[in-house]
Design a protein around this ligand. Structure first.
Ligand code: SF4
Length: 80
């Protein structure tokens, strides 16, 4: 953990570098079978408490097209 992670201002563990040091040259995860829980659950859009992580979801929408589309749909649903 000390080698790869630090705690951000919200107390969450965050990778020290991007892209992730476990991302292979073939764009596949080198530690896929034992990847962290956050990676298994990414992009976190199926959480019951997605409303509690809208800030994170908004950030993820800037780098993940799937999250962007889900975020757009949530916006449309709430305008109805
Ligand atoms: S799934 Fe997680 S551990 Fe694997 S390359 Fe992506 S960010 Fe890194």
């Amino acid at each position: 953990m000390d080698e790869y992670l630090y705690r951000d201002e919200e107390g969450d563990f965050v990778l020290k570098e991007a892209p992730c040091p476990f991302l292979g040259t073939d764009n596949k995860c080198l530690v896929y079978e034992s990847r962290p829980k956050a990676c298994r659950e990414y992009p976190h859009t199926n959480r019951k408490n997605i409303h509690g992580i809208l800030g994170l979801t908004l950030k993820n929408s800037l780098v993940c097209p799937a999250v962007f589309k889900i975020f757009q749909q949530i916006g449309k649903d709430y305008r109805k």
